[in-house]
Design a binder for this molecule. Structure first.
Ligand code: 5GP
Length: 194
């Protein structure tokens, strides 16, 4: 098991409805040393790419994205959730359905902060059905920028997002892939990875 799988096994809580709660170290209280380790691991995996920007979505991707950005020495941009329908032409916009809240949010990134010169690593805390990543990919592509890769802390491999994103040909790296979890016993099974 790698460092993140070990931490999930120790402190993650399995909830009904295919939800894994990691509030004690990733989503609410944050273990910043763990964030640093996550940042270093994504840097190791994507160091060969010409990445000059990290992109995530608020709120829970931000801490991980900061740590990744620090390791690459590049800026981090987060897509903001916006209720406003009157978005002016200065923004890239995507619709993102939230797996945890069952709502649809409009997410926006200012055209000031993303453009054709950018080579982007997209990062997020979780991958479930892939809506958040698809929204971020569509924003990068609207900007004429290049998606160099996607880095996810925890992929729920029994949901469709991972297969979807990989089948589109994007390089996707997930530090922990959960293949099954049992709310009765609290056990989490990880997909073996190299
Ligand atoms: P997707 O768009 O891939 O369906 O879901 C990804 C987003 O939903 C992530 O940004 C994450 O915040 C949230 N999410 C999805 N599944 C879980 C889960 O099991 N636990 C937690 N804490 N968040 C989740």
């Amino acid at each position: 098991m790698n460092f993140l799988e070990e931490r999930i096994s120790k402190d993650g809580l399995v909830r009904p409805g295919n939800v894994l709660k990691v509030d004690s170290f990733l989503n609410h209280q944050m273990d910043v040393q763990l964030m640093d380790q996550i940042g270093e691991e994504f840097h190791r995996r994507f160091a060969h790419k010409p990445i000059n920007k990290i992109l995530t979505i608020e709120a829970s991707g931000i801490a991980i994205a900061c740590s990744v950005a620090r390791c690459f020495g590049v800026p981090m941009v987060f897509a903001k959730k916006s209720k406003s329908v009157n978005i002016d032409g200065d923004m890239y916009v995507a619709q993102v359905e939230s797996f945890t809240h069952k709502t649809t949010n409009q997410v926006i990134v200012s055209k000031q902060f993303l453009g054709p010169e950018d080579h982007v690593l997209i990062v997020d805390d979780f991958l479930a059905n892939g809506c958040a990543l698809q929204g971020l990919i569509s924003i990068v592509e609207s900007a004429g920028a290049t998606v160099e890769g996607l880095g996810i802390a925890i992929e729920k491999g029994f949901q469709q997002g991972g297969n979807l994103i990989r089948s589109l040909g994007y390089p996707l790296e997930s530090l922990a892939i959960v293949d099954a979890m049992d709310p009765e016993t609290g056990t989490v099974h990880f997909r073996p990875q190299n």
